[in-house]
Design a protein around this ligand. Structure first.
Ligand code: SF4
Length: 422
């Protein structure tokens, strides 16, 4: 049994001894099952949920909203959630209500938390190894000096200036990896997009404030090659990824990127050249695949055509174009991953699972990445109201593993071993 955690007006996290924890799945509040909860992993952060109060179950199994601190008379309390490190998939959102109407929650992936014995648990499952994404490896004391050193080495490179800003202002890990010269590094190149996703993290829309702004210039092929080749030559387990949180849709810049990929591969055969994309612009996808792209990660909220359109609001493409792009990439030997924007109570609905399984099998997708969707649940559920209930994220992942034994299930892009693509 898990008990509700809350924050007092001093920001201290406390447990309520009589109120049992609830979690949220879609529009439902549920009592968490043991398989939906794990001890809070290192690298997580416990956060207050602004202007929200916790909801739990009292000793009479009745819903209990508590606004006032049971310990400090008259003091307000706040709901609490956890932000998970990469490698963990959230199974339930916090059960809480807004203490006043206006305004959406920040675009963060809040997961439900509770106390069992003297240990804090979170509603999550481990879905990938998180060694390379553990916060201890980032924002280190030496980072500013590393940034300065590389900016001096490439003084005219505008991408690097953008990545310095993303590293220091947004604490972006793929930006920082360019300066640490290791693992997956992001190379943003294009500010415009051919979709208007409800939960876009790089463009504010409909009262939802995006946490970062988009790149406002188009770098030259030389600027791209300079950084990407250097990273692939020097970095351990090197990946360069086009399509970052501070840009729009990279495939719209395919003319430049395809030239860059050819030049990068003239300099080095090392590492992985990856693109994160909505894959709606098939002509662009064809260009970068023909140029030598190693892996393509396609972000999808739903493989059900109407739900896809309702979430991604494609401007001048349809889900069918995404199918054509994926099919072309596979025909060229590109490793294709589907990045499922995961939301408990939606992604684990039976019809969503069936659509996903059909899509994965039809196009022989190589990997499914599970990405916690950072959006205010009230906003998302307004678009996807339904009586259909989720079967539970752990069960959903079990089905994927059982039905798709050949497919890798994880949380982020892995280096492509050259044998895979030859
Ligand atoms: S595809 Fe990416 S950049 Fe474009 S609207 Fe969607 S989330 Fe934003």
């Amino acid at each position: 049994m898990f008990f509700t955690l809350y924050a007092n007006y001093k920001g201290e996290v406390l447990d309520h001894p009589n109120i049992r924890m609830l979690g949220r799945s879609g529009q439902e509040w549920v009592v968490p099952r043991e398989d939906e909860m794990i001890p809070l992993p290192k690298g997580s952060s416990l956060v207050m949920i602004p202007q929200h109060i916790p909801v739990g179950l009292n000793e009479h199994e009745r819903l209990a909203y508590f606004e006032i601190d049971p310990v400090e008379e008259g003091q307000r309390v706040y709901a609490v959630g956890a932000l998970l490190p990469q490698g963990f998939t959230r199974t339930l959102l916090p059960a809480c209500v807004s203490s006043h109407s206006e305004g959406n929650l920040p675009m963060l992936g809040y997961a439900a938390v509770g106390l069992k014995g003297d240990r804090i648990y979170v509603a999550a499952v481990k879905s990938d190894e998180h060694r390379k994404w553990h916060p201890v490896h980032y924002n280190t004391e030496g980072l500013p000096a590393k940034i300065e050193k590389m900016l001096r080495k490439y003084p005219a490179n505008r991408i690097l200036k953008q990545l310095a800003r993303c590293s220091l202002e947004y604490s972006c890990y793929t930006a920082q990896n360019i300066f640490y010269q290791r693992w997956e590094a992001g190379i943003p190149t294009f500010g415009r997009c051919n979709a208007k996703c409800i939960g876009c993290i790089s463009e504010s829309r409909g009262g939802i404030v995006s946490p970062q702004s988009r790149i406002d210039f188009v770098p030259s092929v030389a600027e791209i090659v300079e950084l990407a080749a250097n990273h692939l030559i020097k970095a351990k387990e090197a990946i360069v990824s086009f399509g970052q949180g501070c840009e729009g849709e990279p495939s719209l810049n395919a003319r430049n990127l395809s030239k860059a990929i050819v030049k990068i591969r003239e300099k080095t055969g090392r590492g992985t050249v990856n693109m994160n994309s909505n894959a709606g612009y098939t002509e662009g996808i064809k260009l970068v695949c023909d140029a030598g792209l190693d892996s393509l990660r396609v972000t999808i909220f739903s493989c059900n055509e109407s739900n896809y359109s309702r979430y991604h609001c494609p401007v001048n493409y349809t889900f069918d174009d995404v199918r054509k792009s994926v099919s072309y990439a596979k025909s060229k030997g590109v490793v294709v991953a589907v990045n499922i924007l995961t939301f408990p109570g939606f992604t684990d609905r039976e019809e969503e699972i069936e659509s996903l399984l059909r899509f994965i099998n039809e196009y022989e997708i190589d990997m499914i990445q599970l990405r916690n969707l950072n959006i205010d649940p009230e906003v998302l559920m307004r678009y996807f109201e339904s009586d259909a209930l989720g079967i539970g994220i752990p069960h959903f992942i079990e089905i994927l593993k059982k039905e798709l034994p050949r497919v890798k299930i994880g949380s982020y892009t892995h280096p492509v071993s050259k044998k895979t693509t030859s």
